[in-house]
Write a protein that binds this ligand. Structure first.
Ligand code: ADP
Ligand code: MG
Length: 290
């Protein structure tokens, strides 16, 4: 496009909440045939709430919550905020020796006992079997919940299920992109059961679940290797490399600084629907140069 058309397009975008940091993105957006959305904080609001607390047999619910909170105090994850909110009225117990496992959860010592908080992968990595709670964990995930498993001394002491509401415009955005001939994918570190349920609800074409933080960019590269022009929409620190790898990276305005720095386009209103606006703007800009 001519510098003039780009300038006009960029200005128009800014007025509509679409901040184009990289002028080339304005020309590339129209060529995208796959758009990958991060799940948590992008398609969902990223403000999960605890919806169920299930202690194992013989475990007191308060004990479970106090232990979980002791661990989650060592995490910045949005799941941690949900657990801490649920436990805020309970006494605080100190944990030491925090270890964080990206995309899986945490480990620490509480009362000289080893405690874990995280997903099934974290439990499996530490040789913890879900036992009597396996079926309930499976059921909750199938219902779209993210399940936090709490273990102490190698035994699961309970489950905490959190739910994160889908952004109100997510479904319509996906249908509009599909209407433009774009395939829509969802990428997440969350488990496949939870991811599938949310993807089905939104009519998403491709589900990439249980992707470790370091592997998101790799998944984008794989799609590009299959000949696709790939857009990526994300908000988190762990989305940054994928935003850079994508042909066009879109950051949620309310997202982390790293995501915003790595993106070509910033969705200032944090509304996924503005991805469609960016593509329309791209079309209009290119039309003007012919
Ligand atoms: P996403 O890509 O969806 O933002 P992450 O890669 O941050 O997900 O995390 C993937 C999964 O790891 C979460 O869905 C959760 O099951 C588990 N997890 C990560 N951090 C924590 C934590 N602080 N407490 C419990 N579970 C966690
Ligand atoms: Mg996210």
């Amino acid at each position: 496009a001519t510098p003039m058309a780009i300038m006009v397009g960029t200005g128009l975008g800014a007025r509509h909440g679409v901040l184009i940091k990289n002028a080339a993105a304005l020309e590339d957006a129209v060529k995208l045939d796959v758009i990958v959305f991060d799940k948590t904080g992008t398609l969902t609001l990223g403000a999960p709430k605890v919806v169920q607390v299930t202690p194992a047999a013989g475990v007191d619910e308060t004990d479970l919550l106090i232990t979980a909170a002791a661990l989650e105090r060592g995490s910045e994850h949005h799941i941690a905020k949900a657990v801490l909110e649920r436990a805020k009225e309970l006494p605080e117990v100190a944990a030491t020796g925090f270890e964080s496992f990206g995309g899986k959860g945490l480990r620490a010592t509480v009362d000289r006992r080893t405690v874990l908080s995280g997903n099934r992968m974290l439990m499996a990595d530490n040789g913890v079997e879900l036992g009597e709670l396996a079926a309930e964990s499976e059921r909750l995930q199938g219902a779209g919940r993210t399940v936090v498993h709490i273990a102490r001394d190698g035994r699961v002491i309970g489950l905490i299920a959190v739910a994160d509401a889908v952004r109100p415009t997510a479904g319509a955005t996906i249908r509009r992109l599909q209407g433009l001939g774009v395939k829509v994918a969802m990428i997440t570190g969350d488990n496949l059961g939870t991811a599938r349920r949310i993807a089905d609800e939104l009519g998403i074409d491709i589900v990439l679940a249980e992707v470790l933080p370091g592997d998101k960019a790799l998944k984008i590269k794989e799609l590009q290797g299959e000949g696709h022009r790939v857009g990526m929409v994300g908000d988190g620190v762990n989305d940054a490399p994928a935003l850079t790898q994508a042909d066009v990276g879109f950051a949620i305005g309310a997202g982390t600084d790293v995501a915003i720095e790595s993106a070509d386009v910033v969705l200032m209103r944090s509304d996924p629907a503005d991805v469609v606006k960016a593509i329309e703007l791209s079309r209009a800009t290119l039309r003007k140069m012919h």
